[in-house]
Design a protein around this ligand. Structure first.
Ligand SMILES: Nc1ncnc2c1ncn2[C@@H]1O[C@H](COP(=O)(O)OP(=O)(O)OP(=O)(O)O)[C@@H](O)[C@H]1O
Ligand SMILES: [Mg+2]
Length: 146
C-alpha cells in the first residue's frame, strides 16, 4: 500500500496525474471517501494526465461521464446506486475493459469491483486542506508516485 499526504487540491490533482502516467489504459480505479473528500479533484488529475482538459465534474446525475484522452476514460459516480439492477442499468459491466474506469462511491458497489482494481481511500484530517491517500495496487510505482 502507498500512503501519500496531499496539502491542497492542486497537490491532489498532481498525484492523480502521476498515477495517470503509469496506467496502461484498461485499469479500474475504485475511489473510497466521504462527501468532499476529493474524489473528483483526484479524478480531474488523472484525466489531465491522460490529456483530458475539459470540465471533469462529479457525474452524480449522469452516473457516468465518458471522456476521450490518450485512452478512453469512464468516470462513474455510484452515490445513487442502491442495488444490482441500478448498477446493470448504468452499463457498468459493458464498460469494463474498454478504457480506464474511475469510480466514485465504490463503497456502494464493493462486491462488483474487479478483483485486481486499484483501490484509493481518501481520508480527511484535522487540517482543512489536508487529505491522506491510501493506494492499493500500484506498489511497483511507489517511488514515482510518492
Ligand atoms: N488536499 C485536497 N485535495 C482535494 N480536495 C481538497 C483538498 N483540500 C481541500 N479540498 C477541497 O475539498 C473539496 C473536494 O471536492 P471533490 O468534489 O473533489 O470531492 P468528492 O469526494 O468528489 O465529493 P462528492 O462525494 O460530493 O462527489 C473541494 O472543495 C476542494 O477544494
Ligand atoms: Mg465527486
Amino acid at each position: 500500500m502507498i500512503k501519500v499526504v496531499s496539502a491542497s487540491p492542486h497537490q491532489t490533482e498532481g498525484l492523480g496525474a502521476r498515477i495517470a502516467s503509469v496506467l496502461k489504459g484498461r485499469e479500474m480505479i475504485a475511489l473510497f471517501g466521504d462527501l468532499g473528500a476529493g474524489k473528483t479533484a483526484f479524478t480531474r488529475g488523472i484525466c489531465s494526465g491522460l490529456g483530458i482538459s475539459d470540465g471533469v465534474c462529479s457525474p452524480t446525475f449522469a452516473i457516468v461521464n465518458a471522456y476521450s484522452g490518450k485512452v478512453p476514460v469512464y468516470h462513474f459516480d455510484m452515490y445513487r446506486i442502491k442495488d444490482s439492477d441500478d448498477l446493470f442499468a448504468t452499463g457498468y459491466y459493458d464498460y469494463i475493459g474498454q478504457g480506464v474506469i474511475i469510480i466514485e462511491w465504490s463503497e456502494n458497489i464493493e462486491s462488483e469491483l474487479e478483483p485486481d482494481c486499484i483501490r484509493v481511500r481518501i481520508g480527511k484530517t484535522e487540517k482543512d486542506n489536508e487529505r491522506i491517500f491510501e493506494i492499493e495496487g500500484l506498489d511497483d510505482y511507489a517511488d514515482f508516485i510518492c
